[in-house]
Design a protein around this ligand. Structure first.
Ligand code: ADP
Ligand code: MG
Length: 483
């Protein structure tokens, strides 16, 4: 396989991303969208395609997509219409999907992404509304395909990018940014593995310097962020090989096989698209009033890029820490809730980025499921800042806090880890250590100042970790000089 680095070819990538919206009811019917119900229990005659039923637009679908449009700097169409996208499939009893065709509600926006060495703006061509189809289940009955229509009519938005990406990494970052934005907006949970975020990638290559786009292929079936990156990488290399060996890239749809780490072609039959779009006669145009726009705008949360800059500029965090803290809205919320109680941006960031994130990773949970409340964490950080516990004690207490509800202070007491910063407590210990180690004292006085660490260690050990190391050092140095 060829490699794309230093190659004479450049890749061009455009993504079509579907996000399943977190509305409580379906796009055009008053029935629950909740995940995991028994098959075919969340259906109405409309979802079943019965004749004579009429769709009614869920207002939240409009609000959610406008949020996304505003968050990606799109223009919002004052008036857009729905269209029928016609095709036959067993999980689509109506015989068409309600979508938007030539008048998407959001258009011409962008999403900024950050890569290691550069930042880049990726154009968003359009974002439109549509409904999901049902689900065909092929692996539960040996002779039949089963159909579950609970998902039929679930609201989706499709975000179509300009062909602005040039590397698999850029595509990965763009997709990650979309996930971050939909999560901040609370319009989609952003979970690719569970299918609430889905991505099709269009890939072509062209000789570097050439402006005209090459023939593209479309990759489907990638159900994780890594797989999107891998599949695009694979496809770029495949196309380069085709061209290098004298062939031509043929426009087609390819399925990513995550086990074999390769793409394979769909049956061409599945590919013949003729959707015969036409305007949906049962739904009026969507009209977005100035008032609605203002209302939604006022409701927008601070967006990830803005929050990131604020964390750097106002809180004095370094870029890496700020990126990690703002990656999830809820982690950033947790952090800021802690700052409200203890205005120590760095100390609070440190424990969240090390201890808290470690636990989230180890236990595969999110900050929402993290057992230590903001109050209790702040209590622990305060103990450390007030020199009542040392770093290793802090870590021990933190671990203990994970499986009980006690405050840090209470645990520090119970675990006998409170530092004693009273000179009356450490002085006799220091004297003892000095008296017990005459050779080391001689060496120290002879110039081996590094031995101070040895003495501190002895004192800490004798105090069973309860002495305050800072205080011990000060007193020790003083006493060693006098000894
Ligand atoms: P369709 O809806 O038929 O898939 P679109 O024209 O809407 O086609 O394009 C879909 C996606 O493909 C967009 O994200 C677009 O940027 C991207 N795209 C279009 N042409 C190319 C190309 N030659 N190479 C890579 N991506 C492309
Ligand atoms: Mg497409």
């Amino acid at each position: 396989m060829s490699t794309i680095a230093n190659s004479k070819y450049e890749a061009v990538i455009g993504l079509e991303v579907h996000a399943q919206l977190l509305t409580e009811s379906k796009a055009f019917a008053p029935v629950s969208t909740e995940y995991g119900g028994s098959p075919n229990t969340q259906v109405t005659p409309l979802c079943l395609g019965h004749p004579g039923t009429l769709p009614v637009l869920n207002e939240n679908l409009v609000r959610y997509i406008i949020k996304m449009g505003l968050a990606t700097s799109c223009s919002i169409a004052e008036k857009s219409i729905f269209a029928r996208k016609n095709y036959f499939y067993p999980d689509l009893p109506k015989g068409y999907q309600i979508s938007q065709f030539d008048t998407p509600i959001c258009y011409e926006g962008y999403i900024d992404i950050e890569l290691e060495d550069y930042d880049k703006r990726i154009g968003v061509t359009r974002i439109h509304m549509e409904e999901d189809a049902g689900k065909s289940i092929h692996d539960q009955d040996p002779y039949h395909t089963l159909v579950d229509l609970n998902r039929a009519g679930t609201p989706l938005i499709e975000i179509v990018s300009e062909p602005d990406m040039r590397t698999p990494k850029e595509a990965y970052e763009y997709l990650t940014k979309i996930k971050q934005i939909v999560q901040y907006l609370e319009i989609c949970d952003g979970n690719m593995e569970e299918g609430s975020l889905r991505c099709d990638a269009n890939v072509s290559i062209r000789p570097r310097g050439q402006e005209a786009l090459g023939t593209r292929t479309e990759l489907k079936n990638m159900n994780s962020f890594r797989n999107v990156e891998r599949a695009i990488q694979y496809e770029i290399e495949r196309q380069i090989d085709v061209v290098e060996s004298g062939g031509e890239v043929v426009q087609k749809t390819l399925l990513w096989d995550a086990n074999k780490l390769e793409t394979r072609q769909m049956r061409t039959k599945e590919e013949a698209h003729d959707y015969r779009y036409f305007p949906e006669p049962d739904l009026p145009p969507v009209v977005v009033t100035e008032e609605l726009l203002k209302d939604i705008e006022a409701d927008l949360p601070e967006l990830p890029n803005v929050r990131l800059k604020r964390f750097i500029n106002d809180l004095g965090l370094n870029e890496e820490d700020a990126i990690n803290l703002t990656e999830s809205r809820y982690l950033a919320d947790y952090y800021e809730a802690a700052l409200d109680k203890l205005d120590e941006p760095k100390a609070v960031a440190n424990i969240i980025l090390t201890e808290v994130l470690r636990v989230l990773n180890e236990q595969s949970i999110t900050i929402k499921e993290f057992p230590v409340t903001v109050d209790r964490l702040v209590g622990l950080i305060s103990l450390k800042l007030e020199d009542k516990v040392n770093s290793s004690a802090m870590q021990e207490i933190f671990n203990k806090m994970l499986d009980n509800e006690k405050s840090a202070e209470k645990l520090a007491e119970e675990m006998n880890l409170l530092q004693v910063s009273d000179a009356g407590f450490v002085e006799p210990i220091i004297d003892e250590v000095i008296a017990d180690n005459p050779d080391e004292v001689e060496k120290y006085k002879g110039g081996k100042k590094a031995l101070v660490g040895f003495f501190i260690g002895q004192v800490m050990k004798k105090s069973q970790g309860k002495a305050n190391p800072k205080q011990v050092r000060e007193l020790l140095v003083q006493k060693l000089e006098e000894a």
